[in-house]
Design a protein around this ligand. Structure first.
Ligand SMILES: [Fe+2]
Length: 432
């Protein structure tokens, strides 16, 4: 029998007492099949902590989402799957610490991985860091037809529109060994941006039944290929949630697409959830994990000078969020370059105090746009740093500070192109 674990293994959604274990079987008969799983305290699987059997159903593309509970907080585990005589590679995972923990959290963040635009070398380096948790802020796949001048080719080159199309797109991306290594290195907490469905879509799109069918197919394929805790229901999928690391970091993971309309980025319900948690949370660092550039970014030259697809399209909503949580840290991406910013109560007033920090992550592989960085930095004094390398973010939050390294790829590998520490107001560049 051929290896059914060609798409790798993954874990995700860490809580203090559990994680989700994921795989998707390929090349198996078109009927329900059973797959064995094991979770161990050691890399050699001599101390098995839990094991069981999961059913992989054809209507969910033979994906498996095992909900493991009753684990120790802040602990490392290893897991693997077996189907017949075939055993998957092993993954490493880690639960979140308990609610009273002051232990530092080491995190990484990545996004924008258009397959034809480049290799996933960034993920090989990210995996080697073995962080406690990996966030992904969208454009995990691109629905678009194959790009011109591809570095590597898709197998199905047309635009994805149906469930079969999206499944094939994920299967192509997930065959990549560096992406598999990043999933096997640590638990993931992903959220999506637009390209998991369609370029720059908002909410229900044009409201047509055809768009809603397409969106439901895309959401289903997303679920089938990521270690999520909840499954799609009624054409929607609840993505906004918090992942809390003791008393140190409250990661608020946002969905900037599903509930969006002309007047709102998050929709009323998600915004209410966010504002109430931001004002009530006793945790030291409140961290927004979401795709879109959050600080004001005025781009000199021909209009539009403010990008309506980013938070510059919803400045009042942005101000409500900033007002609810002084000292906010925002982790974002989408623009295929690294940026670092201070967040202002009033972005138009140069004397307005800084009340938060934003670190914008470059792309894993997607090509960068033409950017006149000097002009943007000159027009926006609160934007303090730009770098055009592809890469990822690597950071540590502890009770006394929040530190972020912008990792950039060059011929010699991945290096820190800049490192910042923030107290929730200023960002200070540190020498590395
Ligand atoms: Fe992107």
């Amino acid at each position: 029998m051929a290896n059914p674990f060609t798409l790798g293994v993954a874990s995700g959604e860490p809580l203090p007492d559990g994680v989700i274990l994921w795989t998707r079987l390929t090349g198996v008969p078109n009927r329900p099949v059973e797959v064995r799983w094991q979770l161990a305290a050691d890399e050699r699987f001599t101390k098995i902590v839990r094991q069981g059997t999961a059913r992989a159903l054809p209507e969910w593309a033979h994906s498996v989402h095992v909900r493991v509970a009753g684990l120790q907080a802040g602990a490392e585990y290893f897991y693997r799957f077996r189907f017949g005589s075939q055993v998957s590679s092993a993954g490493r995972t880690r639960t979140a610490p308990g609610p009273d923990s002051a232990a530092p959290v080491r995190f990484a963040l990545a996004n924008c991985q258009r397959y034809e635009h480049g290799l996933y070398t960034a993920y090989r380096h990210l995996a080697a860091e073995r962080p406690d948790v990996i966030f992904h802020v969208g454009d995990y796949v691109y629905e678009s037809p194959q790009a011109a001048d591809p570095v590597r080719r898709l197998d199905r080159t047309g635009e994805a529109r149906t469930l079969a199309d999206y499944r094939a797109r994920y299967a192509r991306y997930k065959a990549d060994p560096d992406l598999q290594a990043a999933h096997a290195a640590a638990p993931w907490v992903p959220t999506w941006d637009d390209h998991e469905v369609a370029d720059n879509y908002r909410g229900t799109g044009d409201g047509s039944a055809a768009f809603l069918r397409r969106r439901a197919a895309a959401y289903q394929a997303y679920y089938e290929h990521l270690p999520l805790r909840v499954r799609p229901e009624g054409g929607g999928l609840r993505m906004y949630r918090r992942r809390t690391y003791g008393l140190v970091a409250d990661f608020m993971v946002l969905d900037v697409r599903q509930y969006r309309d002309a007047r709102s980025m998050l929709g009323a319900e998600q915004e209410q959830w966010l504002l109430s948690r931001l004002s009530a949370s006793p945790v030291r660092w409140k961290v927004l994990v979401q795709p879109l550039f959050f600080a004001r970014r005025f781009v000199p030259g021909p209009p539009p000078n403010l990008r309506p697809d980013s938070w510059d399209g919803q400045p009042a909503e942005r101000a409500r969020i900033l007002g609810a949580a002084p000292g906010l840290v925002v982790l974002s991406g989408d623009v295929h370059n690294h940026w670092a910013c201070e967040l202002k109560a009033d972005f138009l007033d140069p004397h307005s105090p800084s009340i938060g920090a934003e670190f914008v992550c470059s792309a894993v592989s997607s090509r960068p746009p033409e950017t006149d960085a000097d002009a943007v930095l000159g027009a926006n004094p609160h934007i303090r740093f730009f770098d055009a390398h592809r890469g990822y973010l690597s950071g540590t939050a502890d009770p006394s500070g929040f530190r972020v390294s912008h990792k950039g790829l060059d011929a010699s590998g991945a290096r820190t192109v800049a490192e910042f520490i923030t107290d929730g107001k200023m960002i200070i560049r540190v020498d590395v």
